[in-house]
Design a protein around this ligand. Structure first.
Ligand SMILES: *Cc1c(COP(=O)(O)O)cnc(C)c1O
Length: 439
């Protein structure tokens, strides 16, 4: 273990005071922020807090740290790359970390995907996907097909085009009003993953596509698991039929696998639940095992060649495109994942999540319990007070960060039985606390 940990000679209080007064955290007020915990180190499934407490991470840093923290092989990949070349521009230059990463990605994603655009974050990969869809139809001489169709309850990121395809009610549309492009929406697929399929859940999708296909460039969706829009798991048959409708009415299908990719749902990619191939696919989050920001947009040959016909070029090119450091860590993260028995691991986690969370079903505060792969969700009847819940969980020795009515986890895959049970127990304890009348 290295002992030369970066540290600060300022007091914990001084650091937290500056943080509170000057630094924005995700979705917070500058003047009345939610409390933050000072983390000094992270190892395996543990976050180490400034007071010396080690808490078990149930969030994998928002779906990303699938192998846990401070992983020797990933550390080694980063160190080797940083001593060789941290970054070079991708315009006119290329390098083996990017090439090897793209080779692996094309090996493991649906077979029709043949071209990779390396993006700097998930939201940007969604922007890129939307631009690809629009450019594709333009190159075909169809300028009217430029809108996106999206599912209610979806989440695709925080930049403008990504925001425009997030759920119009729970997303940020009302805050930005006219600045957000108006897209088309269809109902949240209300056919649950774990129940018999009812074809009625397709009616709105079919009607919307039928009516609007002339102006729709693509259908964008999160396959099977809608994440930050509500942690909702829907039936693979819906996805299968969505693919068929896209073919029938000439819409590209954009599959946003940023949260679901790399084994999280029990398949390497959630599209596999329905055995479908998207035309465009976004990946991110766990791509570098949670080490740094990197994402990718993959396109079929048809899309890529369509955009490029008649001398067309695809118009995007971020400064840090294909960052070698991020690519080298991603190559190692994929190697570590693919060499592991991840399927068995996710299956075990899924069984344990069901075992430990299902007992919460009878609690008064709990509306629903959902488990799929390494994702466990308690949907509460009321909005959860995040500051209150946070303090409770840290005291119980775990890191769980609720949003809305949802208390949910997607732990690192390396979490062991005892640790997972501790996280689940903290969740059900909190649900129990909220079920008692005096709280
Ligand atoms: C997190 C997420 C994004 C946005 O990714 P960022 O890296 O946060 O920009 C987009 N789509 C889905 C499904 C996500 O879960």
């Amino acid at each position: 273990m290295p002992t030369d940990k970066p540290h600060s000679n300022q007091s914990i209080d001084a650091l937290l005071t500056f943080d509170r007064e000057h630094i924005w955290h995700p979705y917070t007020s500058a003047t009345n922020p939610l409390p933050t915990q000072l983390v000094t180190a992270a190892n395996g499934v543990h976050l180490e807090l400034a007071n010396g407490d080690k808490i078990i991470d149930g969030m994998a840093s928002w779906w990303s740290a699938i192998h846990g923290y401070n992983h020797p092989a990933l550390n080694q990949a980063a160190k080797a790359q940083i001593d060789t070349m941290s970054h070079v521009m991708f315009g006119g230059l290329t390098h083996s970390p990017a090439i090897e990463l793209c080779q692996t990605l094309l090996d493991i994603t649906p077979a029709n995907l043949e071209h990779v655009f390396l993006a700097d974050s998930g939201s940007i990969s969604v922007e890129v996907a939307i631009k690809m869809a629009v450019q594709f139809w333009q190159a075909k001489g169809d300028n009217s097909k430029s809108k996106m169709l999206s599912l209610r309850g979806g989440y695709h990121g925080d930049t403008f085009a990504a925001m425009s395809v997030c759920d119009p009610d729970t997303g940020m549309h009302h805050l930005f009003n006219k600045a957000v492009i108006k897209q088309a929406f269809t109902q949240r697929p209300n056919c649950r993953f774990d129940q018999d399929f009812n074809p009625e859940c397709l009616q709105d999708l079919e009607a919307t596509i039928k009516e609007n296909h002339a102006e729709l460039a693509a259908l964008i969706l999160e396959p099977i698991v809608q994440g930050a829009g509500g942690m909702w798991f829907y039936h693979p048959e819906f996805l299968k039929k969505a693919r068929e409708l896209c073919d029938q009415y000439q819409l590209l299908l954009i599959s946003d696998e940023i949260a679901t990719g790399f084994g999280r749902t029990g398949k390497l990619f959630a599209c596999e639940w329905a055995n479908i191939q998207p035309d465009i696919m976004c990946i991110g989050k766990a791509l570098t095992g949670g080490y740094m920001s990197l994402a990718a947009t993959l396109a079929s040959r048809e899309v890529a060649h369509g955009i490029s016909q008649n001398g067309g070029v695809f118009m995007h090119g971020p400064t840090f495109m294909g960052n070698p450091l991020a690519c080298a860590v991603a190559v190692q993260s994929l190697r570590t994942l693919l060499e592991s028995d991840w399927q068995k691991r996710i299956h075990t986690i899924e069984r344990q999540l069901k075992q430990h969370l299902n007992i919460a079903r009878t609690l008064e505060s709990v509306a629903d319990v959902r488990v799929l792969g390494a994702i466990g969700v308690l949907e509460m009847n009321e909005l959860v007070n995040v500051a209150h819940a946070q303090a409770f969980f840290v005291k119980q020795g775990v890191w769980v960060r609720p949003f809305g009515k949802l208390i949910y986890i997607m732990p690192p895959y390396i979490i062991n039985d005892v640790e997972l049970e501790a996280v689940c127990r903290a969740m059900t304890n909190y649900a129990e606390l909220l079920s008692t009348p005096e709280s």
